[in-house]
Design a protein around this ligand. Structure first.
Ligand SMILES: Cc1cc2nc3c(=O)[nH]c(=O)nc-3n(C[C@H](O)[C@H](O)[C@H](O)COP(=O)(O)OP(=O)(O)OC[C@H]3O[C@@H](n4cnc5c(N)ncnc54)[C@H](O)[C@@H]3O)c2cc1C
Length: 364
């Protein structure tokens, strides 16, 4: 089939690669001038274990399976990564109870190697840490997102697939057994495809609304939750990912490290109405307070506003966490169209597994 994938983020590229490996003729349309210019370059680059997500949800299934596939892919394709492990820390009795619940859920989700350890054992691993207990997740790690996208693109090209940059998809309709797709951008025109995957991240709902005959009530509302990061001006003190217990809408202001060992903090959760990418320096106060619950020696004046990303959520404040939504023909009635909605965390961790499911839908 001639397959069009809309969006050259990590998830779109993984789907394009999987479709090309399955023998399809694949084109990726990307509105901007490069790969990974959306949510995929504005995240923590963490390879998640699969602990946090409701058992049997798409997020749980694709995160655990996708994580295993991702480590294998990183090794076979020389993508920078570090299975550095992670500690989710409890600083009071209520948080300790949350850790026990997370342990039970992680075990049910099939996450390997999880272990509850005491405060002293945690400090033996990370001397600066202050906590009364921690959940150790040895399978968690970090990945070079851009390197991952380049490797996915490389496989796509090897199979004859291509990316059309500066090519926003403007409208689509299904006529004469094919998708007629109208492109804008530097070289506007119309082209026909057998199948279309809408992997447009924050733009997925807007694109779905421009698909002729797509029922509006099959398109879930998009909820924007910004996540701000602060960089750390000092020598790194942790060698593992350190997370507090999760909060409404996010995983809590955590310590991430990059492949060079640098530390940064975030993301927090800021519910917003429209896309904006400025980090308000005043949010630092809340960061100091939160981080000092598990790292009391965080020096004053050491946090610097860094970047932010926006989670394309399907649930709002106080609501139960929505699952990923993979909407294929049974959901909207249109043939060989897959819309991906709400692909927030753990999208990159899940990407290779999600891609297989999406390609299966195309052939169904
Ligand atoms: C603050 C934050 C932290 C996160 N941390 C992690 C983490 O540590 N680990 C993890 O696994 N996940 C994490 N995530 C989630 C992860 O970043 C996303 O799941 C993932 O990047 C989504 O990739 P994508 O390809 O779906 O979307 P994107 O990367 O946004 O790609 C969509 C692309 O579609 C293009 N596009 C949009 N509309 C059109 C159109 N009409 N025509 C053509 N192109 C179009 C856009 O330009 C964009 O390039 C985090 C997310 C956030 C916001």
């Amino acid at each position: 089939m001639q397959v069009l994938v809309v969006g050259a983020g990590i998830v779109g590229l993984a789907i394009a690669r999987a479709a090309a490996l399955a023998g399809h003729d694949v084109t990726v349309a990307e509105a901007t001038g490069g790969i990974g210019n959306g949510v995929s370059s504005r995240n923590s680059e963490v390879i998640h274990g699969g602990i946090y997500y409701a058992t049997r949800s798409l997020r749980a299934r694709h995160c655990t399976r996708g994580r295993r596939m991702l480590y294998e892919f990183c090794v076979s394709h020389g993508v920078g990564h570090n299975k550095c492990g992670k500690l989710i820390v409890a600083t009071n009795a209520a948080e300790l109870a949350k850790l026990e619940a997370l342990l039970a859920q992680g075990n049910e989700n099939g996450v390997e190697g999880l272990e509850l350890i005491g405060g002293n054992a945690a400090r033996a691993l990370e001397a600066e840490l202050s906590c009364i207990g921690a959940l150790s997740s040895p399978e968690s790690g970090i990945v070079d997102s851009h390197g991952l996208m380049l490797a996915l693109w490389g496989d796509l090209q090897d199979r004859g697939g291509m990316i059309a940059f500066l090519t926003p998809v403007e409208r689509m309709s299904f006529t004469a057994s094919q998708w007629q797709v109208k492109f804008g951008g530097r070289d506007p025109g119309v082209a026909a495809f057998d199948a279309v995957v809408n992997s447009a991240g924050l733009g997925a709902q807007a694109l779905a609304r421009r698909i002729e005959a797509h029922q509006a009530d099959k398109i879930p509302p998009l909820v924007l939750a910004k996540g701000n990061y602060f960089g750390f001006a000092g020598r790194p003190v942790f060698s593992r990912l350190i997370y507090p217990t999760p909060v409404d809408g996010g995983l809590g202001v955590h310590v991430t490290i990059d492949l060079a060992g640098r530390m940064r903090f975030g993301p927090d959760v800021e519910w917003i109405d429209r896309e904006s990418y400025t980090v308000d320096p005043r949010r630092a106060d809340a960061f100091y307070d939160r981080i000092r619950t598990y790292w009391p020696r965080l020096p004053a004046g050491s946090l610097l506003p860094d970047y932010c990303g926006i989670r394309p959520k399907l649930s709002g404040p106080g609501q139960p966490q929505a699952d990923f939504m993979i909407a294929a023909e049974p959901s909207h009635g249109l043939p060989r169209l897959v819309n991906l909605f709400g692909i927030e965390s753990p999208g990159p961790t899940s990407s290779l597994s999600l891609a297989q499911e999406v390609v299966d839908h195309l052939s169904a």
